[in-house]
Design a protein around this ligand. Structure first.
Ligand code: ADP
Ligand code: ASP
Ligand code: MG
Length: 465
């Protein structure tokens, strides 16, 4: 059994979905569970529709829904010629859009948009795309079973970032998904969405389809988790900044986790966790370039001696913008025990994750990216410290297992950007990343220069394309 996940751009139009269908066809012998995202841009449009509704712009909101209906219908009409199937698809799309229109009414009437209602909007994108793709697969002679992921992905009620019940997922996959293969060749389901135990729709957070795929893979002891996207795999950095970024052929689970956590959008930050637990390899492939090798992410890598002794120790450079830095100072910190505890307790109380931390004897600097409770955090910290907040910062993170064994990485890194102001520096205990904070406006320059520094010479061919 394998999991094959296709992201939004992989299902964005008729020709992309045709490529997806061709890819799935070559894998039918492996009992694939296919996980699809919403069509590219659709989740954003659904959220926009919800925001218009709560702002009282009902017409705009309904206009967005009508566009979504037409976009899906047009795709369906091109892909599905069998009139019976097409009628069913039309009906499924209409039902979803009618339900959304009712939601628009409700939200604009109440004038309040909770995360619970927002999830109800956002989740429809994956339902729409899967209702179009399943019959298109049928049309291409595949015995496919459409499956509602909410039946197995039971979560808590933290809407917009719900936490799945993993043991229950495994149970439900065993009883509800496995037996489907007695009747069909391939199961098609949705990423991103789940449901509370009482049946209320939830989502796993933006970009969460990768996480759904990995969770399903672990729950079903899959041989492989394939993430199909719009680039040739995990690259040496974001190709939107460095157009000639190179493909990384293989990387470790730990490297991929760090990269995803520090902003490489190609993988949702939680994707690797379920794969690690079951030691399932994750492949990242390009839907537009299916014969290209992609990236293998696994526990152990097969490196040539050339690669092991190579001076190229960085695998990839990630960055995360829109970061806020807290500089917290107190003379009372000097020799005081429990001071750091008091600080982190406040971040815990306000459910805000801290990413990078560095401390001196009298001050602590740390970064967050969730500003929802900023004012309350500052208020609580100010009771026992002076707090200075700096916004529009960015984290840059260099990742590579070999860094651990190599001297001089920090010197090369900071030498290449010696004229840039660095706010904070941290080298994780794992020593596989070097992370620092800069002004957001410097990100492009820094990433380009570091990419030149570490990736412009000859690179070991078993690691890099
Ligand atoms: P999908 O819709 O398939 O989930 P995403 O847009 O979420 O795709 O992620 C793929 C995008 O991630 C790429 O188009 C690329 O712009 C971006 N990206 C950022 N960092 C990297 C990286 N290191 N390697 C590959 N892609 C990256
Ligand atoms: N469609 C969702 C989003 O845009 C989930 C995903 O694509 O992974 O966030
Ligand atoms: Mg994604």
């Amino acid at each position: 059994m394998i999991i094959i996940k296709f992201g939004g751009t992989s299902v964005q139009d008729v020709s992309s979905i045709r490529s997806v269908i061709n890819i799935i066809k070559t894998k039918l012998h492996k009992q694939p569970v296919v996980v699809v995202s919403a069509v590219a841009g659709v989740t954003n449009q659904l959220i926009e529709s919800a925001r218009c509704a709560v702002a009282g712009k009902k017409e705009e909101s309904i206009g967005i829904l009508n566009n979504l209906r037409n976009r899906h219908l047009e795709i369906a009409e091109d892909l599905i010629k069998d009139s019976g199937e097409l009628d069913n698809v039309n009906k499924a799309i209409d039902d979803i859009v009618t339900k959304l229109a009712n939601l628009v009414e409700g939200v604009s009437l109440i004038g309040e948009l909770t995360n619970r209602s927002l999830d109800m909007f956002a989740a429809q994108g994956e339902l729409l795309s899967s209702h179009v793709i399943a019959p298109a697969m049928k049309e291409a002679d595949m015995a496919v079973q459409w499956f509602d992921a909410r039946q197995v992905m039971v979560t808590d009620d933290q809407f917009a970032g719900a936490v799945p019940n993993i043991p229950l997922l495994a149970d439900k996959c065993r009883t509800l998904i496995r037996p489907l293969f007695n009747e069909c060749q391939v199961v098609l389901t949705q990423g991103f969405i789940g449901s509370t135990s009482s049946g209320v729709t939830t989502t796993l957070g933006r970009g969460g389809s990768d996480y759904s795929a990995a969770l399903l893979g672990a729950a079903m002891d899959a041989e492989d988790i394939e993430i199909w996207t719009d680039v040739d795999g995990v690259l040496t950095t974001d190709p939107r900044i460095v157009t000639h970024a190179r493909r990384v052929k293989q990387m470790s689970f730990r490297e991929a986790s760090e990269l995803a956590y520090f902003g490489a959008k190609v993988l949702h930050p939680a994707t690797i966790i379920p794969a690690v637990e079951k030691n399932i390899p994750v492949h990242v492939y390009n839907t537009k370039n299916p014969d290209f090798g992609g990236t293998l992410i696994a526990a152990t890598l097969h490196l040539s001696t050339e690669a092991q002794s190579s001076s190229c120790v960085i695998k990839s450079i990630a960055f995360k913008k829109d970061i806020t830095v807290f500089n917290i100072t107190s003379s009372r910190m000097l020799l005081a025990h429990g001071y750091l505890y008091s600080i982190f307790e406040i971040f815990k109380k306000h459910k805000t994750a801290v990413d990078v931390v560095s401390t001196t004897e009298v001050s602590v600097s740390l970064t967050i990216d969730n500003l929802e409770n900023l004012d309350s955090i500052v208020r609580d910290l100010s009771v026992f410290s002076q707090v200075q907040v700096e916004s529009r910062r960015a984290i840059v993170c260099l990742v590579g297992e070999q860094m651990r064994k190599t001297a001089g990485i920090a010197a090369r890194t900071f030498g290449a950007i010696r004229d840039i102001n660095i706010n904070m520096v941290s080298q994780g205990a794992s020593e596989i990343n070097l992370t620092f904070v800069i002004d957001e406006k410097d990100v492009d320059t820094v990433v380009k220069r570091l990419h030149d520094e570490f990736f412009s010479g000859p690179l070991p061919v078993d690691i890099f394309e």
